[in-house]
Design a protein around this ligand. Structure first.
Ligand SMILES: [Zn+2]
Length: 286
């Protein structure tokens, strides 16, 4: 946060501030995802499995490469915190910060969820977002952000909230530990910054501080992805519920979430090749 300045502006301050903004990573420079093919495959989807995520808990789920998954809020407005790993190598995981740099603060149809270095490839691509009508509201807020990190018990303790064990961070740890047989401490090393599914967030106009407001999600909405590699996912139903008031406590009204796993017809993705690992040599020197 920028406080009241202690230094006077230089004579050419206006000229310096007038430099034009340059988009760091123009969208058209990214390798295009085959959205037309994904949409064709989307019309052939067959539901294989539904994983229910209880309120204030998290659950893991598997999505084979080339399958689709939908996150829904079947019983009422609820925010979800999503982690993704390569199912065959947990060191490759969702990289929220780079995804933000590449696609912006909030994700929707056509955006990919990119993986960590040295892989840096699309792990999943969003193929449908029933909340895409929301856009950016008058507060500058939108849905599905990659700016928040996840609610966690460390920050809660730091802020004087005491011990609370159903923060998304702890929920994701318990879910991953149950899925893999790791201890909680081992699982914690794999939990990472999330995609905040259905969460409505932005930065205040004056101080540019992170804010949340009531999620616009309703039963019937979904966010749909195609898995571009074999995925292990974990989804936490945030203790903030619709994140309209508070989180990191049992005060907010919470609902379960669901993850639906779908298979397309076997030939539907013919012509699609999964993204290879990043092509950089990793020499890091001449
Ligand atoms: Zn949370």
């Amino acid at each position: 946060m920028k406080n009241t300045p202690e230094n006077p502006a230089p004579p050419d301050a206006d000229a310096r501030r007038a430099a034009p903004p340059v988009i760091v990573y123009p969208a058209e420079t990214l390798p295009a995802r085959p959205m037309a093919l994904f949409r064709k495959a989307q019309k052939t989807l067959r539901l294989l499995e539904t994983v229910t995520v209880p309120a204030r808990e998290a659950r893991c789920f598997h999505v084979p490469q080339g399958h689709f998954f939908r996150i829904t809020a079947p019983e009422g407005p609820q925010v979800g915190d999503l982690n993704l790993w390569n199912a065959n190598d947990l060191s490759e995981r969702f990289y929220s910060g780079k995804t933000r740099a590449l696609h912006g603060t909030h994700l929707s149809t056509g955006d990919s969820l990119w993986s960590s270095f040295p892989h840096l490839r699309p792990m999943a691509t969003i193929t449908h977002d029933t909340l895409d009508w929301y856009g950016f509201d008058d507060d500058g807020a939108s849905v599905h952000d990659v700016i928040g990190t996840r609610c966690d018990p460390y920050t809660n303790t730091l802020l004087g909230g005491g011990e609370y064990h159903h923060c998304c961070h702890s929920n994701l740890i318990r879910a991953l530990a149950a899925q893999t047989g790791m201890t909680d401490m081992q699982a914690e090393d794999h939990v990472h910054d999330v995609l905040n599914v259905f969460m409505c967030t932005g930065f205040t106009r004056d101080t540019h501080q992170y804010f949340m407001k009531a999620s616009p999600v309703r039963p019937g909405d979904h966010l749909e992805f195609v898995a571009e590699i074999d995925l292990l996912g974990a989804l936490s139903a945030c203790p903030g519920g619709d994140c309209s008031t508070t989180h990191s406590s049992d005060v907010a009204t919470c609902h379960p979430l669901a993850v639906e796993i779908y298979a397309p017809e076997p030939t539907a993705l013919q012509g699609w090749s999964p993204p290879p690992p990043n092509g950089y040599s990793r020499r890091h020197r001449d």
